[in-house]
Write a protein that binds this ligand. Sequence first.
Ligand code: FCX
Length: 433
Amino acid sequence: MKERFKEKADAASAEIKNILKEHGNKVAGEVTLSQIYQGMRGITGLVTETSLLDSQEGIRFRGYSIPELQQKLPKFPDGGEQPLPEGLFYLMLTGDLPDAEMAESVTDNWMRRSHVPNHVFDAIDALPLHTHPMTMFVVGVMALQTESTFAKQYGEGINKKDYWDPVYDDAMTLIARLPRVAAYIYRRKYKNNEHIHPNGLLDWSGNLAHMLGYEDKGFMELMRLYMTIHADHEGGNVSAHTTHLVGSALSDPYLAYAAGMNGLAGPLHGLANQEVIKWIFEMQEALGTDAPDKVQIADYVKKTLEEGKVVPGYGHAVLRKTDPRFTAQMEFGKKHMPDDKLVNTVWNIYEVVPPILQSLGKVKNPWPNVDSHSGALLVHYGMVEYEYYTVLFAVSRALGVMASLIWDRALGFPLERPKSVTTKLVKQWLDGK
Ligand code: FCX
């Protein structure tokens, strides 16, 4: 994989140099004052090679939609139907679809790198048990940073042409170690601090499921799907953009990823997956039923809005249709648990919420995003500890942001530093000064 990547990156680097030489002054868009003040929506200002988001169609990874990935990526040998995220990582990094052998070599590589040093567990253990799992996770990642090859080689004076190499090494090691760190947090916080040794015969996601304590083959398949669909969502979302931005200061991959995951831990981004289940549980309690009907759901949604809160799991900064990551999970639910009450409630919410949000007249996308479905599938298999859910999102997101960070360094992208203004200056512009 590494050699293939290097070939591709050298070719892409030469191509980009030529594009910039010939067309560097081409105007790619204009910026309005509203965009400057309102979250830079729609401003193109980043290059991210691993995936591209279309507002109508959803995400494509190197040109492949989620259904195409489910069809074309290698599966786990014992009758697996969901794609192996190892294959997705290979695809995002090299641009090529891997065969089963290539995906397996990624699994083996990560298994070899997966030993987590003891001080990482000590750092997590130093936190009180009520600490949020995402805080524990980021502390664990920061403790892993002691192992950074990039930080070490930079300190020794590496040539900038070679930055990508230790970044590749760090990215691979970091991804390899995350399942153990994530499982350790889960077992410490919720399962009496009783830990489960890795199983070297399993794939990256299957082994995560095993170390979490879930041996059900359905849960392992869910983890493969989950780790694939949450991996990447082009470059402008908070976690990907932050990782890229911090990495541009030549902070090593551990520092950059930890920064990105602090962004994922926000309720408008990845934490929405815990908020959805929390909100549904609260609704069930308020209504005194675990199977509310559509009228009851509609009333509860209106109450949520009247209290000045968002409906978690709905809306998106870029998407304007139902998220295909939602649809992939709905199909998984229809196949594996069609009669599950909570999953059916998620589907009823899907029928009720969009028209209500549309009627507000200000919500640009009334449709569900990835987070509105994921929790109900986890609850089905017994994982009810919803505060933990964003950690699973974070493990998956490492695949996309690390593949992109390797590309960033291979393409020699510089320090990111956009211009900011003051309102005083804006008023001077408006006065024509
Ligand atoms: N419920 C209630 N109001 C909503 C809403 C929702 N689900 N989604 C958007 N709105 C509101 C906004 O709060 C804003 O109100 P305001 O003008 O009074 O401030 C207005 O509609 C316009 O916002 P809009 O332009 O449509 O959306 P943004 O691009 O600003 O924000 C997010 C996008 C995702 C942040 C927004 O839709 C939201 O808060 N959704 C709920 C949280 C969520 O599910 N986040 C997960 C997103 C994603 F999938 C992920 O990162 O994991």
